[in-house]
Ligand binder design. Structure first.
Ligand SMILES: Nc1ncnc2c1ncn2[C@@H]1O[C@H](COP(=O)(O)OP(=O)(O)O)[C@@H](O)[C@H]1O
Ligand SMILES: Cc1ncc(COP(=O)(O)O)c(N)n1
Length: 271
């Protein structure tokens, strides 16, 4: 079988912990061939984001058209989009090229607290992008923003919120519970057939969680073409992320919230 092409449409993080850089490392670690369309440049370290330079929407379209008229992709991970114009450019490309396995991580705010999506672009993500997603992977604050509700922090509210997110049009929702406290870190996968699956992992005691969301969504995109279902891809992606978190303290990438460690020797070669 040929190696799967996995495309990341996301912003650049020079610290290498999140964004395009994390996505490409994840794709490689999991046996995919990584491609990338850059939507924004950030000036960013483990401490925070000091500036954002958007890529003009027309140039995002140019990147997508140039790539997708040539290459066939097996999955797409969508991360930071920045503005409503860029959301529109990505939506147009999804309609034109209909790539399979579209995983949307609706990135809004970095771990450092800096905004990565203009507030006025949230409506475009909700109305135009979610209905084109095979899977959307919000964290708890993003779920609340998309639903226009207050943030909830317990499992039964998470279940209700995940079901309401499905009504916005995504085919599946993985609501991530990394922002909860407790001994385990639990995410919920909800599909339109009414099935809810719980994915729980040991909570790793580290402050080095920069890029966990980017890594999880990229791992799902890389694994979905290599697995039988989203359920299997999410299970293995979460294992990969948990191990990347377990090894995060081995890195020294700055003074702030450090990145997770993409290191495939410990993850095995099954993928
Ligand atoms: N300390 C941790 N130990 C284990 N898993 C974690 C930890 N923190 C986050 N996760 C997992 O990382 C993924 C991303 O989590 P979350 O923090 O909710 O999203 P985001 O990075 O988008 O804010 C989820 O699968 C979550 O369960
Ligand atoms: C370019 C870019 N994309 C996404 C994130 C979110 O990652 P995190 O929530 O871990 O800070 C980020 N910080 N930078």
């Amino acid at each position: 079988m040929r190696t799967c092409n996995i495309l990341s449409i996301a912003g650049s993080d020079p610290s290498g912990g999140a964004g395009i850089q994390a996505d490409l490392k994840t794709f490689s670690a999991l046996g995919g061939y990584g491609m990338s369309v850059v939507t924004a440049l950030t000036a960013q370290s483990t401490v925070g984001v000091t500036a954002v330079q958007e890529v003009p929407a027309e140039f995002v379209t140019r990147q997508l058209d140039t790539l997708l008229t040539d290459a066939q992709v097996d999955a797409v991970k969508i991360g930071m989009l920045g503005s409503a114009g860029v959301v529109g450019a990505v939506v147009k490309a999804l309609d034109s090229y209909a790539p399979p396995n579209v995983v949307v991580d609706p990135v809004m705010v970095a771990k450092s607290g800096d905004r990565l999506l203009a507030p006025e672009a949230i409506a475009a993500v909700r109305a135009d992008l979610l209905p084109r997603a095979d899977l959307v992977t919000p964290n708890l604050p993003e779920a609340a923003e998309l639903l226009g509700e207050n943030e909830r922090r317990d499992l039964s509210s998470m279940r209700e919120q995940a079901e309401r997110l499905l009504e916005l049009g995504a085919k599946r929702v993985l609501l991530k519970g990394g922002h909860l406290s407790g001994q385990s870190s639990t995410d919920l996968l909800v599909t339109p057939d009414g099935l809810t699956e719980t994915f729980s992992a040991e909570r790793i005691p580290t402050r080095n969680t920069h890029g966990t969301g980017c890594t999880l969504s990229s791992a799902i995109a890389a694994l979905r073409p290599q697995r039988r279902s989203y359920s299997e891809a999410v299970r293995d992606a979460k294992d990969y992320l948990t191990e990347a978190l377990r090894h995060a303290d081995e890195l020294d990438a700055g003074r702030g919230k450090g990145p997770v460690h993409h290191f495939h020797r410990w993850w095995g070669s099954e993928a």
